[in-house]
Ligand binder design. Structure first.
Ligand SMILES: [Cu+2]
Length: 165
């Protein structure tokens, strides 16, 4: 019976940890927050939006534009093109909602190309650095006796909790 409780608690712990990792590992960002991907009130609006955010591989950028405005999303490859609002590469429409998954750790540039770069020059542009998610990195080397002891203690506590409820 004790063994059965032990294995149930272990499974419960693993499920809990798995659920937490899922939550941590992927975030959908609405670009510009509630304001969306629209003509901003000032030229640093979207750059300001990126501040204090850390973007990881697997996260998504969701571009939502007002029905009354026409915007798109281009991705220049170089800083100089981003600065000049030119050479956007493949341009994606935002006629509905556009979602871009951050697929690899690198710097990325996003601009609106509408009206020959005038939207971009008005501030519809931002760059981000995408990092590898620590949760997706390979597991650390075998646990030291200290950390495995801590895990054993955690399991024992979980088992105790299950037996008293
Ligand atoms: Cu635009």
């Amino acid at each position: 019976m004790a063994t059965r409780i032990m294995s149930l608690s272990s499974i419960a712990c693993l499920l809990l940890v798995g659920a937490l990792l899922q939550v941590v590992s992927a975030v959908d960002y609405d670009v510009g927050g509630n304001f969306g991907w629209n003509l901003p009130p000032n030229s640093t609006f979207f750059t300001d939006w990126t501040r204090n955010k850390t973007f990881f591989v697997g996260d998504k950028l969701v571009f939502r534009s007002k029905a009354a405005e026409t915007h798109d999303v281009g991705e220049p490859e170089r800083q100089v093109d981003f600065d000049g609002c030119v050479n956007p590469g493949i341009v994606l429409s935002t006629s509905a909602v556009l979602s871009i998954t951050l697929d690899s750790p690198r710097r990325r540039y996003f601009i609106c190309t509408v009206n020959n770069g005038s939207h971009c020059n008005a501030g519809m542009k931002f760059s981000i650095d995408v990092f590898l998610n620590p949760a997706s990195l390979p597991p650390p080397p075998p646990p030291s006796s200290a950390s495995s002891f801590r895990f054993d203690a955690f399991l024992a506590a979980a088992q105790f909790l299950l037996t008293i409820v």
